[in-house]
Structures are given as C-alpha cells and as structure tokens.
Design a protein around this ligand. Sequence first.
Ligand code: GLN
Length: 204
Amino acid sequence: MQVPTIGVLALQGAFQSHQQRLAELGAPTRQIRTPADLVGIDALVMPGGESTTMSKLLVTSGLFEPIAARIVDGMPVFGTCAGMILLATEVLDGRPDQLSFGAIDITVQRNGYGRQLDSFETEISMPAFGDDAAPFHGVFIRAPKVVRLGVGVEVLAEHDGVPVILRQRAITVASFHPELANDHRLHAQFLNSFTRIPSHAETS
Ligand code: GLN
C-alpha cells in the first residue's frame, strides 16, 4: 500500500484539522459521513468534538455497525479526545445511551480533568520517540481521563502519571488534540504503523 486513503469521521467536531495535518504528510483523506464513504479506506481518524453527539450521529447515519465491523477486521483507527471516548471499552460520566466501539481496553472518564483544568496546554514527554525526543505540545479541551488500563494496552505517553497516548493492536488514542499542535509526529507514526510514507514527511 503506497498511498493509503485515510477516512476522517466528519459527523461533528475537529475533523478538518486532522485532514490538514494528514495532507501535510502527503496522505489523502476522505470525509466519512455515510456507510458508502467507508468503501476503500485503509484507516480511520475519529476526531475530538462531543462524544455524545457523535454517538447519536453514528447511529442515525448508519455508520456505527459498519465501522464496528471494520474495527473487528483490524482497520487502524486513531482517536483523539472524543474519538478516544468512542473507542474505549468503558465510559464513565457519559449519557446512559452513549455508544462506544470497545476497541481499546480502557475506562475513560468524560471531562475527567475537572472544572479547574477544563482546558489546558502542557508539554508531554515522548519517550516512545526516543530519549532525546522533543516534548509534544498537548492541547487538552474538556479531555477524557484514563482511569483503568486493560492488559495489552501500551502506554506511549503520560501526563502527571496518567496515560494520555495509548495503543492496543491497530487502535491508537490520545486524550488531547494532536491535530491542533504544529507537530506531525503522532499522525506520521499512525501512518507508518500500516504503510510507508515519504520520509521527508516524517520530520516535523
Ligand atoms: N468532553 C468531550 C466529550 O465528552 C470531549 C472533548 C473533546 O473532544 N475536546 O465528548
């Protein structure tokens, strides 16, 4: 697979910034709004936004079932903030009817950083990118907090002892908004997990 097509779930939320980051890396994207849009995509990004609204729209658009089936088939997915909530096994403080794909074995608490830290920005050390790796500028906006980690979930980065970037098999999640930082490393790492992209794109 030389040039993959990345679907970006475009029901609601910050999907355009993800498309921009991926375009800067040379990866074509497609906005996903209907089941037909899923045909031929190699991977999917679930953006930040409002997970309760996205959950409803996933059902009304008819996308929930086909996306769930693709996840079971091993499609790589990168979920950020609300996208992380949608991919988690268990969601605390959600709406009772809120659905999630159960694709990564974590429990997340919606808006878990509390009122004081509703939104904040911080530098996150990135040991997964090597000992000398520059920190990643983390933009947290009413972010979910990981409160339980299942067996087999890999922690790629933490903030104050709480995991903020995690991976299990083909699923990668971040509790913040990497698409809002001028840093392509997480998107490049996601692309590299299932394809090769031109090396110049991996540098920033
Ligand atoms: N608090 C939002 C939710 O529960 C997530 C916030 C975000 O994606 N920036 O869905």
